[in-house]
Write a protein that binds this ligand. Structure first.
Ligand code: ZN
Length: 177
């Protein structure tokens, strides 16, 4: 099956009226910001997008994206393979919002159109993927290159603090010393 490239930007209102759906890819070179924090392992990221108008007459762009990445383990500094996925539902704030007094449902993330009445799908999806990244990239202890025995005393590894349910102020004392 031929891979379809997701358009870089779309005009949401038009796409919604046509009920456009996309099941395709974004090549990894488009994701400039992710590249700064992770290595994207596949040549492309799979994305599905569905455009439509909901019961409240709002334009909605929803879909999902998933990527295989290699991050750097914060404990041992070697590669950490990880899979991230995200689901999203956007609604442009300046389309039909004025005609409706109804509140925009919380399930939707509000997006702004650019001067051409379009949104950049690549940017939106990259934002979502960035949010899906783990806050701290770290191997499971059993997979980590740096074993517990190698850890220097006083280092703040989460496992070390879990092991002994000590007074949190002890940790502060250690930091001060
Ligand atoms: Zn590690």
């Amino acid at each position: 099956m031929q891979m379809v490239k997701i358009p870089i930007s779309i005009a949401p209102a038009r796409a919604a009226l046509k009920r456009m759906t996309y099941d395709g890819i974004i090549v990894k070179s488009e994701f400039v910001r992710i590249k700064e924090v992770a290595t994207v392992l596949d040549d492309h990221i799979n994305v599905t997008i569905e455009c439509g108008i909901d019961a409240q007459n709002l334009v909605v762009i929803k879909g999902n994206a998933a990527a295989n990445l290699e991050l750097v383990c914060q404990r041992c500094g070697t590669g950490l393979k990880t899979h991230i996925s995200t689901e999203f539902a956007f609604t442009p704030v300046n389309v039909s919002a004025e005609e409706s007094d109804e509140r925009i449902p919380d399930a939707y993330e509000e997006i702004e159109l650019n001067e051409f009445g379009e949104v950049s799908l690549v940017e939106l999806i990259e934002d979502e993927l960035m949010l899906a990244l783990p806050i701290v990239a770290m191997h499971e202890l059993k997979d980590c290159q740096l074993k517990e025995t190698d850890m220097t005393f006083g280092e703040l590894a989460p496992e070390a603090t879990e092991e002994k349910k000590s007074n949190p102020f002890d940790v502060l004392k250690k930091l001060k010393n």
